[in-house]
Design a binder for this molecule. Structure first.
Ligand SMILES: *Cc1c(COP(=O)(O)O)cnc(C)c1O
Length: 493
């Protein structure tokens, strides 16, 4: 058993203890061997934990308490938008009419669900400034890939077969170059300038008749607004390329500016980030994409269309790139996002953006004196600071991130983006109070002081968690992911 931890479910196990009780059988009991061929019946009892219902309950409750989530504490993970997920979303997603519907049902029987899909598409058109939307992709990365496949189909349809390159900034999220490569393109990096923005002169040297697209996010992954976006648009469009907008984090611009108005031709949105789908732990997510009219005929099929007052699933889409997800995407997630959009309304979404940007700037300015701030202009929904000053004292950003755990905070994103040394990327989101923001800033300032006066306390952190500092190399190379039965036997002896 680990120091300070509660027993594992296997360690609690006592033979023949049950967590259930069933009434006596009213029919004659059959032997297993009467029903199943004996060669398929195991010779020894399965090594499953045998515990009471109460112990089972405690096991799961303890596990849930060991997790850090937005509902348990501050989670300023940059580029992840770990905002509060309103509980009304869950209530709507569980309404029996939605929860019990099945995508194989006849269109007539699921008009309500189809209406939600269609209405959601209309809202996302309005928010992004795009002409058509599909809700199919299951995540941001799949949205990127889907839109790139559509851009590819567009160039091919124009007989433009040599557009093999997708331009991606050095500050981009890792999924951007990855999606470009998976879609069969070559990813080409455009440098950032000393203000953290796309280096226009460098961009000019990269574009040409082999440019398929540029992938940008604005504000970019440093939290900075690309002020020259209209010039970038002209440079790429004049070369015959398309502009792709990584809209995973729309938290800074909702109801303020729209990718469509900035000149983008395609966009994906992460409903599990900006639009309060639960997020973390691997899904399910939802990464709808929006496109301008000239790309629309390549949308993945099927489509949900409205005819008069009725909704219909259209499978006959001749130029479609095909299906990218079974049925119509993760319906439960867009129900939550739909509820969020409807409860916030346009003014509410605008306020979200304003508060998210205000919160980020407030924290950035409070931290500016203690940490190196590589880019001095105002930020949008997130900001980047560097631990380079603390590194000279022998304490790295990783150490400070571990120390934050002792204060009950999830650390910010660290060592990303790659173009800032000892980087921390902080995204507070709009849902946190000033007291929470101050608490986190105070903790970081305190840790920086420790780095100066008592670095060991930071270097050996975390001190309060069940498991202390891991040997990260060993954990990656030889992970122990499963309970080892032998351990318990040894310990019991
Ligand atoms: C999260 C994120 C993605 C990827 O989204 P997934 O849903 O995790 O695939 C892409 N770009 C940016 C900027 C992101 O923050």
């Amino acid at each position: 058993m680990l120091k300070g931890s509660s027993p594992l479910i296997f360690e609690r196990s006592t033979e023949d203890r049950f967590a259930y009780s069933l009434p006596d059988l009213e029919v004659e009991k059959q032997e297993l061997s009467d029903i199943i061929d004996t060669k398929f019946i195991r010779g020894t009892k399965a090594e499953l934990p045998e515990i009471s219902e109460l112990d089972l309950m405690r096991h799961y409750t303890e596990l849930s308490n060991k997790n850090h989530g937005v509902d348990s504490g501050f989670y300023p993970l940059g580029s992840c938008t770990m905002k509060y997920n309103p509980k009304i979303n869950e209530k709507v997603a569980r309404m029996p009419g939605f929860a019990n519907s099945h995508p194989e049902q006849n269109d007539k029987a699921i008009q309500g669900s189809l209406e939600i899909v269609h209405d959601m598409q209309e809202h996302l058109k309005e928010i992004t400034g795009m002409d058509e939307i599909t809700l199919q992709p299951a995540a941001g990365a799949q949205g990127e890939w889907t839109a790139l496949m559509m851009i590819k189909a567009f160039h091919e349809a124009n007989g433009d077969h040599n557009r093999t390159k997708v331009i991606v900034p050095d500050s981009a999220h890792g999924t951007n170059p990855a999606s470009a490569v998976v879609a069969g393109f070559e990813a080409v990096t455009v440098k950032s300038n000393d203000r953290g923005l796309v280096d226009i002169d460098h961009l000019k040297t990269l574009v040409g008749d082999d440019t398929a697209a540029i992938m940008l996010t604005n504000p970019n992954t440093l939290g900075l607004f690309e002020e020259d976006i209209l010039e970038i648009r002209d440079i790429v469009h004049e070369a015959g390329g398309k502009l792709y907008y990584d809209g995973a984090n729309l938290n800074a611009i909702m109801a303020k500016v729209r990718p469509g108005d900035m000149g983008f031709d395609a966009v994906h949105l992460n409903l599990h980030k900006t639009f309060t789908g639960p997020h973390g732990g691997g899904g399910p997510g939802s990464g709808p994409i929006g496109v301008k009219a000239e790309l629309a005929k390549f949308l993945p099929k099927p489509l949900v269309v409205k005819e008069g007052d009725n909704y219909r699933v259209e499978h006959n889409v001749p130029d479609s790139i095909g299906r990218v997800k079974p049925f119509y995407g993760n319906f439960g997630i867009f129900l939550r996002a739909y509820t969020y959009i409807r409860t916030m309304g346009p003014d509410g979404l605008k306020e979200v953006s304003e508060s998210a940007v205000l919160n980020a700037n407030y924290m950035m300015r409070r931290l500016e004196g203690t940490f190196v701030l590589p880019y001095k202009q105002h930020c949008k929904h997130e900001f980047v600071i560097s631990g380079s000053k603390q590194k000279k004292m022998g304490v790295r950003t990783l150490d400070m991130a571990k120390r934050l755990l002792d204060f009950g905070y999830h650390p910010p994103t660290i060592y990303f983006p790659l173009n800032v040394e000892e980087c921390m990327m902080v995204e507070p989101t709009e849902t946190e109070s000033k007291e929470t923001l101050d608490g986190f800033v105070d903790a970081l300032i305190h840790i920086s002081k420790e780095a100066e006066e008592d670095p060991d306390i930071v270097l050996e952190a975390p001190h309060t968690t069940v498991i202390g500092r891991l040997d990260e190399t060993l954990a990656a190379r030889k992970p122990v992911l499963r309970f080892q039965r032998e351990d318990i036997i040894e310990e019991k002896e």
